[in-house]
Design a protein around this ligand. Structure first.
Ligand code: PRT
Ligand code: ZN
Length: 294
């Protein structure tokens, strides 16, 4: 009997595929080259990566075709798979694929609030999320479902408003539309099957999840080293962005100053360094972090 393998579904072709692959590569797994369009095998762990359409990812996880998936929270919620008892649960956000589902109307249209949408036709590929927003705001409008090119609906007089994903806003602008309401904020999340797994597969899953935690946690994290006068230590520690308790070490031949080392979870800007310097810090070094296991 062949050993069972952990299966992870990611988007095959689209906005999420590059980010998903890049994240997998950063976990240090060795992928077998010559990947076809459907499957990629990991050489050093019993893991297969399945390339599928984003709409199928969460369903595959729920139905038993795979154990983990990288999927947009928008798609997961639109399909109702974010609800308890559907066989899927969100493990963690993955920090890419950010966008927002927004309602937009033609630039020339006056808009004072959600009430102005009463009686309107609103075109969208996310009918459930839109309907949930309309219900929550007590607005009776007609949801017109479109599978793509939603932004052209007002010009075609198919609808007066649209509800679509926005990232830069360039598409809305190019189509003479303005965003007026945010219906849902999304990013890519890691989902797992809630069913009980074979213990060996569960062990591989847990090992993989720890690696993903390490990769996502190190994104943007920096290691700061500096020297500080002892009496400036409280002020300097306060300035370190997103650091837990820093390590304080003696400096050879100095009784008035110490070395401070800290992992900063947030971005470290030049302004931060300038403030640290002004507070008395010297010899400030900021280093990238390659791997982290918490
Ligand atoms: O073939 P498959 O079914 O796998 O792909 P798809 O066509 O369904 O999805 P795809 O690849 O277009 O999008 C997948 C996911 O990417 C979405 O579910 C979101 O979670 C995420 N995402 C992030 C986006 C955007 N940003 C985005 N900007 N998805 C779509 N858009 C579109 C939007 O619909 C609009 O047409 O980009 C346009 C707006 O972009 P801006 O930059 O002009 O604002
Ligand atoms: Zn899709």
């Amino acid at each position: 009997m062949t050993a069972q393998r952990l299966r992870i579904a990611i988007q095959s072709k689209g906005r999420l595929s590059d980010g998903s692959l890049a994240l997998l590569e950063r976990t240090g797994l060795k992928f077998r080259r010559g990947r076809d369009n459907l499957l990629m095998r990991v050489e050093d762990m019993p893991i297969d990566v399945l390339f599928v359409r984003d709409d199928d990812i969460a369903h595959f996880v729920a139905d038993g075709a795979c154990e983990l998936g990288f999927v947009g929270l928008d798609t997961l919620s639109e399909d109702g798979l974010d609800q308890p008892g559907r066989g899927v649960e969100v493990v963690r956000p993955l920090g890419f694929g950010h966008c927002a589902l927004k309602i937009a109307v033609p630039n020339g249209m006056a808009y004072a609030g959600a009430g102005d949408l009463a009686g309107a036709r609103i075109a969208t590929s996310f009918p459930n999320l839109l309907q949930r927003f309309l219900d929550a705001n007590g607005v009776a409008a007609t949801v017109v479902e479109m599978s793509g090119s939603v932004e052209v609906a007002p010009r075609l007089h198919v609808a007066q408003a649209i509800c679509d994903l926005v990232s830069t806003g360039a598409t809305l602008e190019a189509n003479g539309l303005k965003a007026v309401e945010t219906v849902f904020e999304s990013e890519v999340v890691l989902v797992r099957a809630t069913r009980e797994l074979d213990p060996d597969v569960a062990a591989v899953r847990d090992r993989f999840l720890r690696r993903i935690d390490g990769v996502v946690a190190t994104k943007g994290a920096k290691y700061i080293m500096l020297n500080a006068p002892k009496d400036a230590l409280p002020a300097i520690t306060e300035l370190l962005p997103g650091a837990g308790s820093p390590t304080i070490m003696p400096l050879a031949g100095r009784s008035d100053a110490v070395a401070v080392h800290a992992v900063c979870q947030e971005s470290v800007f030049w302004e931060t360094l300038e403030r640290l310097k002004a507070a008395g810090a010297s010899a400030i070094l900021v280093l990238p972090i390659e791997k982290m296991m918490l």
